[in-house]
Design a protein around this ligand. Structure first.
Ligand code: BDR
Ligand code: CA
Length: 337
């Protein structure tokens, strides 16, 4: 039998390693994979999903989140509605390219094999982010946006006191690579460059997981077959959805031969284990006008300021990441039908 002091030590250790996560998703195929990764990780407690627009309309993403949580048997996890459009607009339409990459429903035109009867919370995503940042320490809480920066920007504007109270690990941007919308612009930053620029201009502790590293992490058809072989509805759904993403990636760009990029799952993984990447400290800005609008680049007005508040991931242990990604997804897919 376990000794009382061993038990308390183990509990203390668990508290130390268990991270509270908020996923801010525009669900989306790789957003779905990021959610699955977090749910399959024993060292993560998903305290809520804040929905955003991007790959799909806000309402579609929220419905996907609720159905996915239902499929995974986690109707206890709350889902909050975020701002439905960019900070400088009053409406949003899904760009054609997003519809092509993620399917019209966000999950590769494959239906989630569960339907939630519940709705999103009455509380707004912005208020949930603010409350959580005030409630937990920066060491405990990691906010992981895998879409535009609109919700966190709105939270910082509403409650500037929270800026230094949470850790942000975001998917978006590119520092040493061309963008994926055009040579300058990555898709998440393209949605609301002004909001991303305001976020980078604060003192918030941000790790940027951009195309520099996410394009080195691939999921292949061998991986999707392994998910299908698990024999559950969840496994088949993940496999069919991701095959859509692999096919469309390969059709669009010969650079993708062999698989699809694990953009959002890598950000989720780094939120739990920062040692998966090596980072470069820099104060970033986003260009908000001109021909290179959307570019994430060093802010020339802060070259002398210290400390640098953003860590840009430039190196990744892709093999360690992809193998633990598959291990966690296979285990999760096997535990539900
Ligand atoms: C990012 O854009 C979206 O299409 C993906 O979900 C990911 O968050 C990659 O540039
Ligand atoms: Ca996304």
């Amino acid at each position: 039998m376990e000794d009382v002091s061993d038990f308390s030590a183990r509990k203390l250790m668990e508290r130390d390693i268990m991270k509270k996560i908020i996923l801010d998703l525009d669900t989306g195929i790789d957003d779905t994979l990021a959610l699955s990764y977090i749910l399959g990780s024993e060292d993560a407690e998903l305290i809520g999903i804040t929905g955003t627009y991007g790959n799909v309309l806000l309402e579609t993403g929220i419905r996907n989140d609720l159905n996915l949580l239902e499929m995974y048997g986690r109707p206890d996890i709350p889902v909050f509605k975020g701002v439905p459009h960019p900070s400088d607009a009053d409406s949003f339409e899904v760009p054609d390219s997003s519809g092509i990459f993620h399917g019209r429903n966000g999950t590769g035109n494959v239906e989630v094999p569960a339907t939630a009867t519940r709705q999103a919370s009455d509380k707004s995503a912005v208020d949930f982010i603010i409350e959580s940042a005030r409630k937990y320490s920066k060491e405990e809480l990691v906010y992981v946006p895998t879409g535009p920066s609109t919700n966190i920007d709105a939270a910082f504007v509403k409650a500037p006191d929270i800026v230094d109270k949470l850790t942000i690990v975001m998917m978006g941007g590119a520092l040493t690579q061309p963008g994926n919308c055009n040579p300058y612009m990555e898709a998440n930053i393209s949605m609301d460059p002004k909001a991303s620029n305001r976020m980078f201009s604060t003192s918030a502790d941000i790790t940027m997981i951009g195309l520099d590293v996410t394009m080195q992490a691939l999921m292949t058809k061998k991986d999707t077959q392994a998910l299908r072989d698990v024999g559950t509805k969840a496994g088949a759904f993940l496999a069919d959805m991701t095959d859509y993403y692999i096919d469309i990636s390969e059709e669009t760009d010969p650079a993708f031969q062999g698989g699809c990029n694990l953009h959002d799952p890598l950000a989720a993984a780094v939120a739990l284990d920062p040692t998966l990447v090596t980072t470069f400290p820099i104060d970033l800005m986003v260009e908000t006008e001109g021909p290179s609008i959307g570019r994430t680049i060093g802010d020339p007005t802060r070259l002398l300021s210290q400390p640098k508040n953003t860590k840009v991931a430039l190196g990744v242990d892709a093999e360690r990441f992809t193998s633990q990604f598959m291990e966690r997804l296979l285990k999760l897919a096997a535990t539900v039908d």
